[in-house]
Design a binder for this molecule. Structure first.
Ligand SMILES: Cc1ncc(COP(=O)(O)O)c(C=O)c1O
Length: 397
C-alpha cells in the first residue's frame, strides 16, 4: 500500500469527534435482536398499537388526490400554525404568535435537535433528570454541549425537585431539559414542583426546554404546561407532537413553540436541513387538531385500563413498580433478581420471548429497572405477565 492510499483510507474512515461521542440507541440495538425470533410479545417500542384515526388518514389521502404535493412554507403551513396556536391557547392558556413563535418540525425529535443546535455553545451544560428519553443527552452532545444528568429515584416517584437541580447549576449551565409525563418512568410533576423549577430558571437566568409530547396521556393526574406558568413563556422552549396522542408516529410531525428569537434561529437550521415537513403529514396534523377528539379520549381510556392491569400484574409477580401517572410505560425494578437490566432483558427475550427495554438504555439511573410499554393489547399484556412471572420466579434471589 502506498503512503498516499494509506492516508486516503484513513480519511475515508474518519468519523467526527461528535459522532464518536454518542452511543447507538439502547432501544434500537436491542430491537435488532427481536426480528430474528418468532412468537415474541413486544412491550418494547414506545408507540401506540393503534393506527392513526380514520378521519386524520382521510384528510391526508384527500390532499394527495387534490395534488397538494409541493413544498410548504419552511415554518409549516400557515393554516396549521394558526390551528396549533388556537389549540395551545385552548388547552394550556398560552398565547403563541403563529407567524413568529411556532415551527412545525419532523417529529418532536427534530424540534429537540434544533433547540439544542440553536441555543447551545461549545461547553454549555444542560441539566437533565435521569432516567430520561434516549435522545436527550445525545442531542446536547451533538450540539457541542455537555449533558449533566441528575439522578431521580423510585422512592421519590422519579420526580425531580428544584433543590436537586440547584446543586448541579454552574456558571456554564445554559438550560434545564425536562420531559413530563416521563419516558421511561411515567412520572408527572405537580404544578407546585414545576413552579419551583420556574423560580430557579429566573434566579439563574436559564432556559427551560419542556418536552410535553405525552401531555394528553395522563391518568388522574393534573398536567401543567410549563410555559403556562407565570413568567415562563418567555424562557421556555415548548416541544410537542402528534406521534403519541394521535397515534401518528410514522407521519413524522411535531412542533416547537418558543420566543421568536429562538424560533428564528431554529428556523434557519430547519430551512437548510429539512426545508419543511411532508405536506400530507401537515394536512393530517391539521385535521388531528381541528377534528373530533373522541378517538384520543378512547385511546387514553384504553391505555389507562392496560396501565392498571400491567401495574397490578407486575406487582403480583413480585416486582416493585411505581404507579405511572402518564405516558404509556411501566418501569418496574428487577433488582430482586440481582441481574443487570440488560442481562434481564436479553434472558427474558431468549427464554420467554417477551421483549422489554433495559432501564440502562435511559441512563445510569435506569439500571436495575426495565421499561414495559403497555400500548399493546390486553391479551398480549396478560400473556407477557404470565411469562414474566415464570421468569422472575426462576431468577429471584
Ligand atoms: C419523551 C419523548 N420525546 C420525544 C419523542 C419523539 O417523538 P416524535 O415521534 O414526535 O419524534 C419521543 C418518542 O418516543 C419521546 O418518548
Amino acid at each position: 500500500m502506498t503512503t498516499q492510499s494509506k492516508t486516503q483510507k484513513h480519511r475515508i474512515q474518519h468519523i467526527s469527534l461528535r459522532a464518536n461521542a454518542i452511543q447507538p440507541s439502547g432501544i434500537r440495538k436491542f430491537f435488532d435482536l427481536l426480528s430474528s425470533i418468532d412468537g415474541v410479545i413486544s412491550l418494547g417500542v414506545g408507540e401506540p398499537d393503534y393506527a392513526t384515526p380514520w378521519h386524520i388518514r382521510e384528510s391526508a389521502i384527500e390532499s394527495i388526490e387534490k395534488g397538494q404535493t409541493m413544498y410548504t412554507s419552511n415554518s409549516g403551513m400557515p393554516e396549521l400554525r394558526k390551528e396549533l396556536a388556537r389549540f395551545l391557547k385552548n388547552e394550556y392558556k398560552v398565547d403563541y404568535d403563529p407567524t413568529s413563535e411556532l415551527l412545525i418540525t419532523v417529529g418532536c425529535s427534530e424540534a429537540l435537535d434544533l433547540t439544542m443546535r440553536a441555543i447551545i455553545d461549545p461547553g454549555d451544560e444542560v441539566i437533565i433528570p435521569n432516567p430520561c428519553f434516549v435522545a436527550y443527552g445525545s442531542c446536547v452532545t451533538l450540539a457541542g454541549g455537555k449533558p449533566v444528568h441528575i439522578p431521580t429515584y423510585e422512592v421519590n416517584n422519579f420526580e425531580i425537585s428544584a433543590q436537586d437541580i440547584e446543586k448541579y447549576i454552574t456558571n456554564k449551565t445554559r438550560a434545564i431539559l425536562i420531559g413530563y409525563p416521563s419516558n421511561p418512568t411515567g412520572a408527572v410533576l405537580r404544578r407546585q414542583k414545576l413552579a419551583e423549577i420556574a423560580a430557579l430558571a429566573i434566579k439563574y437566568d436559564l432556559t427551560v426546554i419542556s418536552d410535553e409530547i405525552y401531555s394528553k396521556l395522563v391518568y388522574g393526574a393534573e398536567f401543567t404546561c410549563f410555559a403556562s406558568l407565570p413568567g415562563m413563556k418567555e424562557r421556555t422552549v415548548f416541544l410537542g407532537g402528534f406521534s403519541k396522542a394521535y397515534a401518528m408516529t410514522g407521519w413524522r410531525i411535531g412542533y416547537a413553540a418558543a420566543p421568536k428569537e429562538i424560533i428564528a434561529a431554529m428556523h434557519k437550521i430547519h430551512q437548510y436541513t429539512m426545508m419543511c415537513v411532508s405536506t400530507m403529514s401537515q394536512m393530517a396534523a391539521l385535521e388531528a387538531l381541528k377534528g373530533d377528539q373522541d378517538s384520543v379520549t378512547e385511546m387514553v381510556e384504553d391505555y389507562n385500563r392496560r396501565r392498571q392491569v400491567m401495574v397490578k400484574g407486575l406487582r403480583d409477580i413480585g416486582l416493585t413498580c411505581y404507579e405511572p401517572k402518564g405516558a404509556f410505560y411501566c418501569f418496574p425494578s428487577i433488582k430482586c433478581t440481582g441481574m443487570t437490566s440488560e442481562d434481564f432483558a436479553e434472558k427474558l427475550l431468549s427464554e420467554e420471548k417477551v421483549a422489554v427495554v433495559p432501564g440502562s438504555a435511559f441512563g445510569k439511573c435506569g439500571e436495575g429497572y426495565i421499561r414495559c410499554c403497555y400500548a399493546t393489547s390486553l391479551a398480549d399484556i396478560e400473556e407477557a405477565l404470565k411469562r414474566m412471572g415464570r421468569f422472575v420466579k426462576k431468577n429471584k434471589k
